[in-house]
Design a binder for this molecule. Structure first.
Ligand code: GRF
Length: 237
């Protein structure tokens, strides 16, 4: 008998490349995936994510906003599709408190920096990467986290570092971070969908989990020489 899969709603305001990465990861997992994306909803009628959903035969929905009250009400559409897990992928609006309360521990988000730095209201898209570059930090990255009542503040599930290179602008840094988002976020979504990752077990670092001591950047570049080259590029102000 096939395992029960979580019914997932992806909420996106933009192009939806993380949505695409999730769909492709689920394709790769095949019968071993822990969820199905059954709904893609957006506050923006022109969002690329809605097109990607339509191409896959996934129900698209345009959500109500103050300027478009005729759109679908979030609570109702989540109920209608019997959603178990809400995945924010470039969704720019705050999730209403009643939805957060109802879905506590079952809403996740991806942010293109290492929270709690460079997050919060107004910190989205290129603004994040500009702020990172202007601050002078040498490392940025991505964060996947549970969602609570405030922007970018919920409990962290996973993070991965990305070097900031001299000469980076928001576009080059953003592209480097996005590549890592596409690797990590689908795996986080699948893990939360399976019930292996929960709000409770993310509370403390796990002491029984095996630790891989290889340097983090080697996720992308396995050879030591390539890692050394990357480090070389970050040196010298
Ligand atoms: C990503 O960088 C994500 O971290 C942020 O918004 C962007 C969405 O990109 N929350 P996409 O729409 O998935 O391409």
């Amino acid at each position: 008998m096939p395992a029960m899969r979580s019914r997932i709603a992806v909420l996106a305001s933009g192009g939806g490349s993380n949505l695409q990465a999730i769909l492709e990861h689920f394709d790769q997992l095949g019968e071993h995936r822990s969820g199905d994306v059954v709904l893609v909803a957006s506050d923006r009628p022109g969002a690329g994510a809605l097109n990607r959903a339509a191409l896959r035969g996934i129900s698209p929905a345009v959500l109500a906003t103050t300027s478009r009250p005729e759109g679908a009400a979030l609570e109702q559409i989540l109920d209608k599709h019997e959603i178990d897990l809400i995945v924010l992928a470039g969704y720019l609006r705050l999730i209403p408190a009643p939805v957060v309360a109802h879905y506590r521990g079952r809403i996740v988000n991806v942010h293109p920096a290492l929270l709690p730095a460079f997050g919060g209201p107004g910190m989205f898209g290129e603004r994040v990467h500009r702020a990172v570059i202007e601050s002078g930090v040498r490392v940025s990255g991505m964060t996947a986290h549970f969602v609570d009542e405030e922007y970018d503040r919920g409990r962290i599930i996973a993070q991965w570092p990305v070097p900031v290179f001299r000469g980076d602008d928001a576009a080059t840094l953003g592209a480097r971070v996005l590549r890592v988002e596409h690797l990590i976020y689908p795996r986080v979504v699948n893990s939360v969908a399976s019930g292996r990752t929960t709000l409770e077990n993310c509370a403390l670092p796990s002491h029984d989990a095996p630790v891989d001591a290889r340097p983090a950047f080697t996720l992308l570049e396995h050879e030591e020489s390539r890692l050394a080259e990357n480090i070389e590029l970050t040196l010298g102000c």
